[in-house]
Design a protein around this ligand. Sequence first.
Ligand SMILES: Nc1ncnc2c1ncn2[C@@H]1O[C@H](COP(=O)(O)OP(=O)(O)OP(=O)(O)O)[C@@H](O)[C@H]1O
Ligand SMILES: [Mg+2]
Length: 260
Amino acid sequence: MDTVEQTTNMMHEEHVIETHHLSKSFNGFMAVKDLNLKVNKGELYAFLGPNGSGKSTTIKMLIGLLEPSSGGVSMFGQSLVDHAIDIKCRIAYIPDTPNTLGKLTGDEYLDFYASIFKMDKAVYEAKKHELLSLFELEGKTNQLIEGYSHGMRQKIVLVAGLMHEPDIIFLDEPTVGLDPLSTRNLKAYLKHQTTLGKTVFLTTHILEIAEQLADRIGIVHNGVLKAEGTLDNLRALSHLENATLEDVFLKLTERGEAHD
Ligand SMILES: Nc1ncnc2c1ncn2[C@@H]1O[C@H](COP(=O)(O)OP(=O)(O)OP(=O)(O)O)[C@@H](O)[C@H]1O
Ligand SMILES: [Mg+2]
């Protein structure tokens, strides 16, 4: 193997997200227990689990919105606590509910985001145009966001979050409320980002999305990471050859028997 190839492999294998014994308790209830995750650069990682299993809590700790009860998070090889600002400039978080500023127009909202990330004007205009077109929001950004439908709000949050070309994109159930074309466009966009070396970490209850897109899947249940790997790894772990992810998921979360 030559040096260039070795370097490329090392870069690919770099862990851009790493958690160390990450735990969170709410008044004594352990929502996330001793989580040790490693996500590689350029990987699309799907974090799956039943309702209340700790997915959103984990994402909020990963992006620094929620303080862990114990353990910690590193991103790009740096501690999130010690390098919070640098890290936050390089990531995006798309929450499960689109919290927007209703009294702003779409344009004002996007301008606000561009100013937070100190985006170059030409880059901003180009990315804004690309993403608004991807999500069919062009011509709608002079309206107040409070007049947007749920799906339109979800989309403007996606545009705002993705404009600064983050190195890691965290998405918590991003397709909820999106129509089929927007869902397809978002999936293609995220997969394309991984080919550019960006990393995607998402939660979803739509197992088809994980099946189609994910390089690796983590399955969490009651705050514990039960299994992790490619779909084939998970099939082997659950002793279900050729099974769907749904069967594997239900078996690994002890919530149902696989069927033929
Ligand atoms: N702020 C909070 N205060 C108290 N308990 C909380 C808080 N946030 C989350 N929890 C609890 O932690 C557990 C995990 O919640 P979390 O939102 O992470 O689940 P989830 O896997 O994202 O579920 P869903 O699929 O429904 O989105 C739940 O039992 C929830 O009630
Ligand atoms: Mg959640």
